[in-house]
Ligand binder design. Structure first.
Ligand SMILES: NC(=O)c1ccc[n+]([C@@H]2O[C@H](COP(=O)([O-])OP(=O)(O)OC[C@H]3O[C@@H](n4cnc5c(N)ncnc54)[C@H](O)[C@@H]3O)[C@@H](O)[C@H]2O)c1
Length: 345
């Protein structure tokens, strides 16, 4: 039984967060990193003494000291690289979105089952501190029956952000714009909190960027439970506003901005409960609304993946769970294109 896993990362944009987490973990050794850009590899070699650097992903996969690979390349390449890693006998932790289509994402699930290796997916906002009490209020029935959710991802990204790397804001590699890239985190939280989706009816537009996808979507989402949500995503909201997660039930109303609770009103709750909850659950995840380099929270998911391998259990978020948000995002795009609701099975 190994005491430490050998960790590797492909894609050194946000992948640096994964490498940092693996390098700091007491239960992992950061063995290798891979990127197509030599300068990024040189920087990594300086930062992580002893780390091996690779320009070629398949060469890296031949290294027997690597147990887990974090897949942090552009979204439309996730399935391709994840499947290659699984077939090479490596476990994978895949960045969000799992891939940009349900079919591509299913290839990861099929390879996971076929190879018996582990596959986890990053949706780190599920670990925001305020999610536990919100989920508890819903699942325990304290908030009553949910009838409405209001979700908004009013973020800001510059044109330079889209130009940098060339893949962002393209249908081929980003799979969309503000919804598939930035708001997919909140789509994931929405379906986690509100349950299975029945239909979506949507509009989308490009208001303030030279990209081929969208920088604004607005949707009405109907759930199998009968509840309704409205969902807005944008990267035009200067200078980067909020991540609204607002849910309303027959016995209470809860509003949060990212990981910060802003309202907590539950029928029959002790008088000081709201004050206490707002004081206890005040974070800073809203920073990502403004600056993509401030997306945090990866360390807990990398640590979970390492533990999953060492303790031989499932990672926190399995492919079939991560596919749900990709299905919803693509349904929004389909509805916006056709002008018709998309009904789920
Ligand atoms: N969880 C989060 O909060 C979060 C935040 C940012 C990005 N992401 C996700 O991470 C992924 C990467 O985004 P990013 O912003 O880091 O992009 P990026 O363009 O900054 O970095 C991607 C890197 O992958 C490298 N790359 C591309 N193809 C490669 C290949 N075949 N082999 C080796 N390296 C290759 C590129 O050279 C580049 O350095 C995307 O799927 C994105 O959605 C997640």
């Amino acid at each position: 039984m190994k005491e430490k896993v050998g960790y590797a990362v492909v894609g050194l944009g946000v992948g640096v967060n994964h490498a940092d987490a693996a390098a700091k973990s007491a239960r992992a050794d950061l063995v290798a990193v891979c990127d197509l850009i030599q300068e990024k590899l040189d920087k990594a070699a300086e930062k992580y003494p002893g780390v091996l650097t690779y320009l070629d992903f398949d060469e890296m996969l031949k290294n027997p000291d690597i147990d887990v690979v974090s897949i942090c390349v552009p979204s439309g390449m996730h399935a391709d690289l994840a499947v290659r890693a699984l077939e090479a006998g490596k476990h994978v932790l895949v960045e969000k979105p799992i891939d940009i289509t349900v079919d591509a994402a299913m290839r990861i699930e099929e390879a996971r089952v076929r190879t018996g290796m582990k596959a986890g997916v990053i949706h780190q906002n599920r670990n925001n501190a305020d999610m536990a009490p919100i989920l508890d209020a819903v699942r325990s029935g304290r908030i009553g029956d949910l009838y409405y959710g209001d979700f908004e991802v009013k973020w800001f990204r510059t044109q330079e952000y889209y130009d940098n790397g060339g893949w962002r804001g393209t249908w081929e590699m980003d799979g969309g714009g503000s919804l598939m890239n930035q708001a997919v985190h909140t789509v994931d939280l929405m379906q986690w909190i509100m349950g299975d989706v029945k239909s979506v009816t949507s509009k989308m537009n490009i208001y303030n960027h030279k990209i081929s996808t969208e920088d604004f979507t607005a949707s009405i989402v109907e759930f199998k439970s009968g509840a309704i949500a409205t969902f807005v995503s944008t990267t035009c909201a200067y200078p980067g506003l909020n991540t609204g997660i607002k849910i309303y039930g027959t016995k209470g109303s809860i509003e949060a901005n990212g990981d910060t609770l802003e309202m907590w009103k539950i029928e029959g709750a002790p008088e000081d409960e709201e004050e206490k909850m707002l004081a206890d659950y005040s974070g800073n995840s809203a920073a990502a609304a403004l600056d993509p380099t401030l997306c945090t929270g990866h360390a807990s998911m990398v640590e979970d993946m390492i533990a999953a391998v060492l303790d031989d259990r499932d990672p926190q978020i399995l492919p079939l769970e991560a596919i749900k948000s990709v299905r919803i995002v693509n349904a929004v795009y389909e509805s916006a294109r056709t002008g018709k609701p998309v009904i789920f099975d």
